[in-house]
Design a protein around this ligand. Structure first.
Ligand code: IPE
Ligand code: IPE
Ligand code: MG
Length: 233
């Protein structure tokens, strides 16, 4: 459990990419212009994480609750996702591996296919593994895991923390060491609620499209100075 890798770098960084709407509003732009700027920024930050040797980056792109937004905004976000997926060859060139977490079943067919293509095409990449959380909700994830365990007829004596972890979308991904939320909100909003049991949190008022590599550096510096005890002394 100890973070014993060299110079205490986080192995896994997770980011709640929040503040796109307010970023657009400040500029008198439609909310979807904010999502486009947020998507562009995500690409930059992913490349930077790859460059500095982060092993896993998980980004919250669309929550199970975000369907409550106006249809025009949801459609706009789905279109931005489509463009990103169609462009994913560029990330594969950078040796970034793509993975999607969340309930895909209700997503448009073409997006599901593009996701599978992106995952397959990048399967042999050896750099950063980038996990995009789309239609992801931490509670939904746990409900799905419980259903799958019951479906398999798992005896109650076999239920362990490890087994539950193995049935989450994040099976085989180490828990996030550092969770970053920009935009001045101080909550998880249903992101990685099981996996964040011992994560370090870093908050900032910067709106996501303005969050730059230097801000990530600052978060990592702060992380390195923290004393993670995991319940010990
Ligand atoms: C985060 O930005 C992106 C998604 C939730 C899809 P928001 O759209 O929540 O931006 P704010 O919080 O309204 O500024
Ligand atoms: C969390 O942001 C979801 C994503 C960034 C994708 P929200 O903007 O949806 O969260 P709340 O509604 O402010 O809690
Ligand atoms: Mg928000």
């Amino acid at each position: 459990m100890e973070n014993n890798n060299q110079n205490n770098m986080p192995r896994h960084i997770a980011i709640i990419m929040d503040g796109n709407g307010r970023w657009a509003k400040k500029r008198g732009l439609p909310r979807n212009a904010g999502h486009a700027a947020g998507s562009k920024n995500f690409k930059e930050i992913a490349k930077y994480c790859n460059k500095i040797g982060i092993e896993h980056l998980t980004v919250y792109a669309f929550s199970t609750e975000n369907w409550r937004r106006p249809k025009s905004e949801v459609d706009g976000i789905m279109n931005i996702l489509r463009d990103y997926l169609k462009d994913s060859k560029n990330y594969i060139k950078e040796n970034i591996k793509l993975d999607f977490i969340g309930d895909r079943s209700v997503l448009p067919e073409d997006i599901k296919e593009l996701m599978i293509t992106a995952e397959n095409d990048s399967a042999n990449a050896t750099g950063l593994v980038c996990h995009l959380a789309i239609n992801y909700g931490g509670r939904d994830e746990i409900v799905n895991a419980v259903r799958a365990l019951i479906e398999k007829g798992t005896p109650k004596t076999e239920i362990t923390e490890q087994l539950i972890s193995d049935f989450l979308y994040t099976a085989n991904i180490p828990d996030p060491d550092l969770i970053i939320r920009p935009s001045g909100e101080y909550r998880l909003s249903n992101f990685l609620i099981w996996q964040s049991a011992y994560s370090e949190f870093w908050f900032s008022d910067i709106l996501w499209p303005d969050f730059k590599p230097k801000d990530l550096d600052k978060a990592i510096e702060d992380f390195k100075a923290r004393n993670r005890r995991f319940g010990g002394v």
